[in-house]
Design a protein. Structure first.
Length: 189
């Protein structure tokens, strides 16, 4: 069992490329149907097909509650519509066309701690261009961008419970067909 957990932990490491750091220094543009803005508490509630863009980050949800700390850090809670999940997509550092995208019924992100939590029907994918390189699904996914560690739990509460739903991870091969066909130890030309 420990070996299986170690393999899963190593597999989750493939989901760990960090988000584009420059995005946090760019302005956020939010399109919405309705809004309630409280400047005293720095709380903004947006409803009705909310679309937030900030650099390469694109967030879509039925409802977004955005709070800003006095230091300027944002935290956001995204809530899905009954038939449409809350989603995000962002370019990753480390390459020209690397992306991470995810979806869930509720997504929470804290910019100060760089922690994202996805609740209920959670999926996170890494892409190279349009090619999926890894995907993890589960009732709850938590990803710490600073430590590059992910946790997947079998209950949407964020806990693991006996008899809970099982998660899934899919890892695309890193080698090409030509590399796989070459004899082991063959020199590259």
């Amino acid at each position: 069992m420990k070996k299986i957990l170690a393999v899963v932990a190593l597999s989750l490491a493939s989901l760990s490329a960090s988000a584009e750091r420059a995005d946090s220094l760019k302005q956020a543009k939010i399109d919405f149907g309705d809004a309630h803005i409280d400047e005293v508490t720095q709380t903004r509630i947006f409803t009705g097909n909310v679309v937030l863009t900030r650099g390469t980050l694109l967030i879509k949800a039925d409802k977004a509650v955005l709070k800003e700390s006095p230091e300027g850090y944002m935290s956001v809670i995204l809530t899905a519509a009954p038939s449409q999940p809350a989603t995000f997509r962002q370019k990753r550092d480390g390459g020209n066309d690397l992306w991470v995208e995810g979806q869930a019924q509720r997504i929470e992100y804290d910019e100060r701690t760089e922690l994202v939590k996805l609740f209920s029907n959670a999926t996170v994918k890494q892409l190279e261009g349009k090619r999926m390189t890894s995907e993890v699904n589960g009732p709850f996914i938590s990803y710490d961008n600073r430590t590059e560690q992910a946790n997947v739990h079998n209950d949407a509460s964020g806990a693991s419970k006996p008899g809970g739903t099982r998660g899934t991870i899919i890892l695309a091969p890193r080698r090409t067909a030509a590399q796989a066909a070459a004899p082991a130890g063959a020199a590259k030309q």
